[in-house]
Design a protein around this ligand. Sequence first.
Ligand code: GCW
Length: 648
Amino acid sequence: MGAIRVDGDSPTLAIIKTELQLAANGFLDKNLPLAFDHQEEAARLIISKQTPSGWDPSAKGSLGREGYRLLKNDAGVVWVAADTDIGLLYGTFKFLQLMQTGAGIPESGYHSEPKIQHRILNHWDNLNRTLERGYAGASIWNWHRLPDHIDQQYHDYARANASIGINGSVVTNVNANALVLTPEYLEKAAALADVFRPYGITLYLTARFSAPMELGRLPTADPLDPGVQQWWKDKADEIYRYIPDFGGFLVKADSEGQPGPHNYQRSQADGANLLADALKPHGGIVMWRAFVYSEDTPDDRAKQAYQEFQPYDGSFRDNVIVQVKNGAIDFQPREPFHPLFGAMPQTPLMMEFQITQEYLGQATHHVFLPSLYTEVLQSDTYVNGPGSTVSKVIDGSLHGYSLTAMAGVSNIGTDRNWTGHHFHQANWFGYGRLAWDPEISPETIADEWLRLTFTNAPEFIEPVKKMMLQSHEMAVNYMTPLGLHHIMAWSHHYGPGPWVTDRHRDDWTSTYYHKASENGVGFDRTASGSNALEQYAPELQAQWGDPKRVPEKYLLWFHHVPWEYTLQNGRTLWDEMALRYQKGVDEARQNVATWESLESYVDEERHAHVFSFLEIQAKEAAWWRDACLLYFQQFAQSPLPEGVEKPE
Ligand code: GCW
């Protein structure tokens, strides 16, 4: 990398120097101590907020709080430019990535600014280090040893996140424990925030709505009660004494047993505004989740969040952002986008994606999630005419939101490879890249990740990229083709369970969702059924409401159709369903063979690890196929079409 000049002195600039040193050692495979104070004339790489002599100051332009520019002059000297230290850190990471992938810096330079302000990981981590829906070991937060012991893993975590542009972390579970708001835990949280800060990462906590009762011994948590309001104000003041740049609260209320404003016949806006007012003087925000559904079984759970929130559009404080899951049910292998997107022009909405694979084979099934994320982000809501994509709702451009954010439910744990499956690092990486720029293609993300993680050899990149890019469709095929959803085993959601019925409440069963009988299969969400469809724009109602026009991937999401129903390709529904299950299995098996053939490109340990997981996936794809086809066949009462293997 030659002579380097890094201007200035700060914890973030110190990190930049460490990164350059690490990269130099890695790229050159030897330890050559770098010096960072070269005079301008000698330096080949300049990392600076000031314009170096001989450079046109206007070339840098204004870059905002987190943007950066990479410039190269005729002599081949590179300048990483930004207005802030964090911008320089992001620029340095990009510079190193371009070097490592062999892309180099384009002649015209490279400029990037995030399209979304808050790019956040949500950890569903409990204080006792168990994780809700975590499949890669225990929680990396060791609350017992904090604040005095700072594990190296916290630094590594912050570093990895900064390298992909993530700038916020909610370190506690949305099913919240109020204890984290006590001084003992705030001191621990403050120690984590200290680690995160120089990497540009803000710490957030989940707030349990009933905390004023549990911690403050108040008789109520009613959001309109002055005593409750004062309690939250005092609590916010206290938190900011520990963590001066605390980001704010993420809240799950009135959902799956969590307390909330419903307990006091108040609205979601009343609840969110209570916390927003407490945080406002300190600059904090509230991320209020829309994953609210009633205690009683509804006619259609898919309608509930919209019914609960849409009427309150415009009633939330300006430091509230409503956090909406990508689909209206719950992180299914495939769902149409959530109808709230586009329906709340006066209330900032943020996206919640799940990176941990609760319903997608958990840690052992390889599914490249950027394909799923992009499908949602590029969906057209039509609310302001064609082209009103979900990504434009989220980046604020469609409705002029002043607050923008994206959340990803983390798949990180104490496993040595962080995410259980090596390839699930690509989902963490891809989430970060899409939070920075929701328009990037899955193909670009897969390409970047493979080069940064394994090798630049095209003989490896091409087949593995193909495997990644088809993996989402493959999993949908062997789990829930044609719009089927929520037919997983009960509670843990691993493996098939289309037969699940009679468990506490109907909308936690599979039969509620697929409604299979001799007459057909699918959930009628048109006007003749639950009419959830009316929550979408008229263009979509017309298209999706017509079984002949709805994309077939959503057919059984919106329609109940007979088994002998004819699809666009002329096959019956039953035959097509069976063939899709088989296709998923075939591809999962092919992946095992593809990976096996690439042994020479990957170190033995990682090759063997991925191989065994791909074998599990292929075996379990067949389990899914057999279980679902045997179950549905009792209603379809037809033989399996040619080409579909008979269950053993
Ligand atoms: O689907 C459900 C999960 C719960 C989770 C909930 C939520 C954190 O099964 O484990 O709770 O979603 O998103 O709140």
